[in-house]
Design a protein around this ligand. Structure first.
Ligand code: SAH
Length: 320
């Protein structure tokens, strides 16, 4: 088995980068340095220049070429700072989720921050409204996991997006996809829409109540017809054993962290197929396992993550 470990930056850190702007606003020079150090996404760089342009304004006009009086320049400078501040505050609100009240806004945000890069991921996440899968009373578009009962959570939108990005080439029309620890059914529904009527999307979840509620969720979503036609199916069972009936799979996603990669999932992966699975206990890595055409495996770590454990139903219900 060939194993490559790429440098791992905690996704949370990368994604929370705009928080730095609060300091940066006051010290634009630091911002530029931080921007480079952290390789902030484009939107952060954009807001940087917006903010710092306010700071540069006086120098340009004090050269003597200005039509404005010094008072006018001062007024405009203050105004410009205020606008920058407002711009920052409104972005911060969107960031923390208070302003994200629509699925599309959440997606715009994920695209702007470079989490969603492909049209395919954007399209499928647009077609499956996250609100249908998040328990009532919770904020569906905030970028954080949400408790769904039974010591389980629906993953954060950026994790769903990351996994869809990693698997998109193995979720082409006609392909087979398996979602282990399918929870709310959100990702299984996305998989079904991507593989389409010629394909097959299978969810396996070991809490029967969650299987039932995931079916109800999917019935309200854009994947309802695929569920009705049996192209998408949700099953109660131990996902560590995969779901041999529809194997081999082009894509396997595991939504809970395994201490080791289950052998059955490797066996049920098609040559050319890809498995995305969080591995580890306290420290977990999202592993990308590619089965080569000769049956050998290539494994790499995508990023460090925090998932609930892939375990037995009893252990999960005890909260272990
Ligand atoms: N992708 C899902 C993640 C749910 S959390 C979503 O976003 O909705 C992880 C899920 O894995 C939980 O629902 C948990 O019950 C399930 N799980 C944990 N161990 C399992 C196992 N051995 N077999 C099947 N499901 C398992």
């Amino acid at each position: 088995m060939h194993s490559t470990s790429h440098s791992v930056i905690a996704w949370g850190c990368r994604y929370r980068a705009p928080i730095k702007l609060s300091f940066s606003y006051l010290t634009p020079r630091h911002l530029h340095r931080r921007t480079r150090e952290l390789s902030l996404p484009t939107v952060a760089v954009f807001s940087t220049s917006t903010i710092s342009s306010g700071c540069r304004l006086p120098n340009r006009h004090f050269t003597g070429n200005s039509l404005f009086s010094r008072m006018e320049i001062m007024r405009r400078t203050v105004l410009s700072h205020l606008i920058s501040m407002l711009f920052y505050v409104s972005k911060q609100r969107i960031w923390t989720g208070g302003g994200i009240n629509k699925n599309n806004e959440m997606l715009d945000h994920l695209q702007r921050y470079g989490v969603i890069k492909s049209k395919k991921t954007a399209e499928v996440m647009k077609s499956i409204d996250r609100a249908l899968f998040v328990p009532e009373g919770a904020s569906p578009y905030v970028d954080s996991p949400v408790q769904i009962g039974y010591n389980a959570t629906i993953s954060a939108p950026h994790m769903h997006a990351t996994c869809l990005e990693l698997l998109q080439n193995n979720l082409k029309p006609g392909m087979h996809a398996l979602d282990v620890g399918s929870g709310t059914g959100y990702l299984t529904a996305c998989f079904a829409v991507m593989v389409g009527p010629q394909g097959r999307a299978v969810g396996v979840e070991h809490i029967p109540e969650l299987v039932d509620s995931s079916i109800v969720n999917i019935q309200k979503s854009a994947a309802a017809q695929l569920l009705k036609e049996g192209i998408l199916s949700m099953h109660a069972g131990d996902g560590r054993l995969g779901w041999p009936q529809f194997a081999p799979y082009d894509a396997i996603h595991v939504g809970a962290a395994a201490s080791e990669i289950p052998e059955a999932l490797i066996e049920q992966l098609k040559p050319g197929g890809r498995l995305v699975i969080p591995v580890g206990n306290i420290f977990q890595d999202l592993k990308v396992v590619d089965k080569n055409m000769d049956g050998s495996l290539s494994v790499r770590s995508e990023t460090s993550v925090r998932y609930v454990p892939l375990t037995s139903r009893e252990a999960q219900l005890r909260g272990e």
